[in-house]
Design a protein around this ligand. Structure first.
Ligand code: SF4
Ligand code: ZN
Ligand code: ZN
Length: 339
């Protein structure tokens, strides 16, 4: 049965444009947008990232995709002037379909429109190599029918994640931000949770859900305000609210191991409405705290990397070690690196 009219209480007589997947509530454009805004605000309030008594300097990690563009737009709407909001774009050097170039242009354009300071970090400049270089290295190794030099040569995404996390954190620490917001959505979070289950990856399974509150020096707290908003809702929001974003996906995303799990979860969602949201809610309420408790005796990041200042278990952090190895390997295979 298709609802024709908005079911926001009873007073709204506007035409319904979208049905909230987990609650089956049909809403008009304005009430749909308000519904998402409210759910985002709820997580922000619950995590207490905004303080009355001090200056709030908040960094949003931008990719040019719909998630971070919608997040930026919602944050500016919710907090028009009582927080200092900045956008940070990491230029990863992914040239296929002009992916990185176009992403950066779109991210900057929304920042300009909303009068939010825009920052950009070029990974090749800072790091010597970018994601395309890693891709090329893999191709060269394949062509030479060599075995990867060691099992540390993994997919583009695993380096990309490490590089992004490092530069976002470093920028936030160096510039006095109190928290970083990222655009991770419900669909992606449910997918990676199931993936972590399949891998029985305790390291990931014990991590908290939408808010990672840092108690460590040089490590910034991270919040995912779109944690309970699914991909379809974000796409609908971007469409209805006219938020510009890059419609294409990163060319390397197709090979991510997660993609089939995501497809399966979306199929389950067809006959179990709200499956993803209840999975995340129950997991983080019931299971994660138990897993965290049972695995809390582990080492802490109580040292500072001698090379970059990031928190680490040992003298040199994982990012610096990995980067150094990668530079060596790239040079060995005659792939042009900076520095
Ligand atoms: Fe990076 Fe992978 Fe995301 Fe592309 S899909 S931006 S390589 S993490
Ligand atoms: Zn309405
Ligand atoms: Zn380091």
């Amino acid at each position: 049965s298709r609802a024709k009219y908005c079911k926001f209480f009873t007073e709204c007589k506007s035409k319904a444009v979208y049905r909230i997947p987990h609650s089956n509530l049909a809403l008009c454009k304005d009430h749909f947008i308000a519904n998402v805004d409210k759910r985002v605000q709820k997580l922000i309030l619950k995590s207490h990232i905004i303080h009355r008594e001090r200056k709030n300097k908040i960094l949003i990690a931008l990719s040019g995709g719909k998630d971070s563009q919608v997040l930026l737009s919602i944050m500016k709407k919710l907090y028009p002037d009582n927080i200092e909001l900045h956008g940070l774009y990491i230029e990863l050097g992914i040239s296929e379909n002009n992916y990185s170039k176009d992403s950066g242009i779109i991210a900057r354009s929304l920042c300009d429109k909303l009068e939010i300071p825009f920052h950009k970090i070029d990974v090749k400049e800072k790091n010597g190599f970018n994601i395309d270089d890693i891709h090329n290295l893999k191709q060269v190794i394949k062509k030479q029918k060599q075995k990867p030099l060691d099992d540390r040569i993994r997919g583009e995404c695993s380096y990309c994640g490490l590089i992004k996390r490092h530069y976002i954190n470093k920028f936030a620490v160096d510039n006095g931000f109190s928290v970083v917001l990222t655009g991770h959505n419900l669909t992606d979070e449910a997918t990676s949770l199931v993936n972590n289950f399949f891998n029985v990856d305790i390291g990931f399974l014990k991590k908290p859900g939408y808010f990672l509150e840092s108690k460590t020096k040089n490590l910034i707290s991270r919040l995912k305000p779109l944690f309970y908003i699914n991909e379809e809702e974000i796409a609908m929001y971007a469409y209805l609210d006219n938020i510009e974003h890059l419609p294409t996906e990163c060319p390397y995303s197709a090979q991510a191991s997660n993609i089939k799990i995501k497809k399966t979860l979306l199929e389950i969602e067809q006959y179990r409405r709200g499956n993803m949201i209840s999975l995340l809610r129950r997991y983080y309420k019931v299971m994660q705290p138990e897993i965290e408790k049972a695995n809390s005796s582990e080492k802490h990041l109580d040292r500072i990397c001698v090379e970059c200042g990031s928190p680490t278990f040992s003298k040199i952090c994982n990012f610096c070690k990995t980067t150094e190895k990668m530079l060596e390997t790239l040079k060995k295979h005659k792939i042009q690196v900076d520095g």
